[in-house]
Structure formats: C-alpha cells, structure tokens
Design a protein around this ligand. Sequence first.
Ligand SMILES: NC(=O)c1ccc[n+]([C@@H]2O[C@H](COP(=O)([O-])OP(=O)(O)OC[C@H]3O[C@@H](n4cnc5c(N)ncnc54)[C@H](O)[C@@H]3O)[C@@H](O)[C@H]2O)c1
Length: 353
Amino acid sequence: MQHEKSIKNEIGICVIGAGRAGMIHAANFAKNVPGARLAAIADPNPNALEAAREQLGAPGCAAYRSHLDALADGGVDAYVVVAPTKFHREIVVALAGAGKHVLCEKPMAMTPGECDEMTAAAEKAGVVLQIGFMRRFDAGFARAKEIVASGEIGDVVMIRSNTRGPSEPQPWMYDIKASNGPLAEVNSHDIDTLRWFAESEFETVYALGGNFRSPAAKRDYPDFYDNVVVAAGFENGVQGMMDGAQGVGYAYDARAEVLGTKGCVLIGRTESDAVVTYTAASKRGVYPLVSSWRQLFREAYLAEDTAFVEAIRRGQPPKVTGHDGKMAVKVVNAGNLSIREKRVVRLSEISDL
Ligand SMILES: NC(=O)c1ccc[n+]([C@@H]2O[C@H](COP(=O)([O-])OP(=O)(O)OC[C@H]3O[C@@H](n4cnc5c(N)ncnc54)[C@H](O)[C@@H]3O)[C@@H](O)[C@H]2O)c1
C-alpha cells in the first residue's frame, strides 16, 4: 500500500447511502472520529438526503444525488459505501479506481468475482479498502479473541455464532437471487466471526432454511427463508455452527461462543444495560433487552470508523480486508446452494465468478 503523499489535518469523508446504517457512520464522522470530518453525503433519494441533513445538523456537509457527483468534490478524501449491497461493486470500483480510500459495508458484494474486482481496483490504486465487519472492533469480541489467543481455553474446537433480528425482513430480501437472502444480510457477521476465530477457511457447509414468520413471502417467493441453521467444517478441522433469524421480536440477539479443549468463552449479551427490575407482579428480575444492532454495536461502529481513518493516515492495510469480505460472500453462496439442493456443499464448488 502506498503512503499518502500528504495527509491533511482532517480527512474529509463522504457517506454514500443515507439509510439506516449510513446514518450511523455519518453521525460518527460528523462528531466523533478523531482526525476526520463529514464532508458530504450522497443518496439518490432526495427525501433521504434532506432527512439526513436535518438529523446530522452538520453545516458545510455537501449533499449529492450520486457517488459520481461526490467523486468530483475536492474536499472528500475517503468514502463509506452504505448503499444496498447490489450496488457495492459498481460504486467501490469507481471510487477506488479514482484513487479514493473506501470503507465498504458488509456484505462486500453479491459474488466472489465482484469482490475480486473491488480488491483489484483498490490494490491498483494503492488505497485502503476496508470491509464493515464491525464485530471485530467490538470490545467483547476483541477481548474474547485475546483470551483465545492466550491459550487459556486450549485449542479451538468449535465456534458457534447467532444473529437474530427483531424486525421483519424488508420485502426486497424475499427474492434470494437478488438479495442473497438472510445468510448475506444477517449472517455475514457470523460467518466472519467463525473465520476470525477458526483462523482458517470454511471447507464445507450444510445449511437448512425455513420460512416461519413471513407469510407474505410464501406464495411468490417459496425459496425465502427467515430462519437458517448452518453446520460447517474448516480446513484446519475446527467445527462451526451458526443460526440466523429475522422477525424474532424479543431483541436484537447477537452472541457467540468459542469452545476449546480446555474451556469456553461466551461473547455477547441480550440485556441492554446493567439495570434489572424486580417487581411484585412478576416476582422475578426483568432485564431490558437490546432492541437494535445500532444500540448493541454503537461503540464498535465508532471504533471501526476510527480504524479506517487510522489505516489511511498510517498507510497500513485495514484490519478487515477485501479477502475477508470475499470469503464471507463465498460462504453465503455455498449456504444458499446447500439450502436449495439439501446437501453438504464444499467451498471449492463455488466459482470465483
Ligand atoms: N454492519 C452492519 O451491521 C450493517 C447493518 C445494516 C446494514 N448494513 C449494510 O449496509 C447497506 C445498506 O443497508 P441499510 O440497512 O442502511 O439500507 P437502507 O435501505 O436503510 O438504506 C440504503 C440507502 O441507500 C440509498 N441508495 C440506493 N441506491 C443507492 C446508490 N446507487 N447510491 C447511493 N445510495 C443509494 C437508498 O436511497 C437508501 O437511503 C447494506 O449493504 C447492508 O447489508 C450493514
């Protein structure tokens, strides 16, 4: 990676896509990321742009209708791509190809081949391309990684990870061919967690999907699943388990577990804070539950954004690379094939194209 020829005092950031996740990054860069400032936002939807500007209250923040317009803004040094996944390849290739640093949200793209194009564009231009697996920046996940690395639980035997969201899936997710389904949108993080702790690549996956809570999708999208379980084997022999669910209602529930030869580490929580309420009516303690990923991973998103700026400043590779993004997409594609064909799929069957 090339060093920046001249690092400005503040790195100007443009957020592409002012939706749910885009606004988390935009709010971070508007106020809380040292050495960076929110220079612009881009979104084709004028209502989203207007709402974002009002919410952010960031004077001097430019607004554009497309990433290409934002590319012409000399005050922008780096971009955070938070548009819907199917646009990631086109936008990232254009930005990195123009010599701009990019933090791209997960899932990196729709196919491993698209990921390769994005990585190639960034490598050719010598720019940072970081992928948005922010759990690696979460204090709990990072601490667990240290504990496992210390050898305290012996050798890693099995990693289990789940992500269950309270809200119903967006209708655009129903078409698995267009969205890559919940394995992509929900479980990309679990896939990355398993790879990170296994320190190896997935070798086999067996996935089962079922639609239990989304009756609206049943007739037109019989392939749609809102619940998925996956058993996996890694090249180094480590075993993996994941589950994903949408519309569970009770909380945003993201937890993981690493089982070793001498112990076990549990990561994550469903309680929103340390307060427990005891009432005469319930005769038991009641924990307020985490209702959103925004709340559970607030600090992790900030640490991720801060690390992106650090990687640019130091001219160092990012902590989460295009290779990490690509391997997760490959597992998503293998999982969806496994669900369709009801069989174990080897990762070597998944084409890079
Ligand atoms: N890291 C995480 O935990 C996390 C959480 C949520 C979403 N995401 C990812 O972030 C991306 C966006 O998801 P979301 O939930 O914020 O979606 P969203 O629908 O809330 O927002 C997407 C925004 O992008 C805009 N948009 C559409 N086409 C665009 C284009 N060509 N260029 C720029 N903007 C465009 C839309 O108008 C909309 O405002 C997805 O890839 C999703 O998987 C990651």
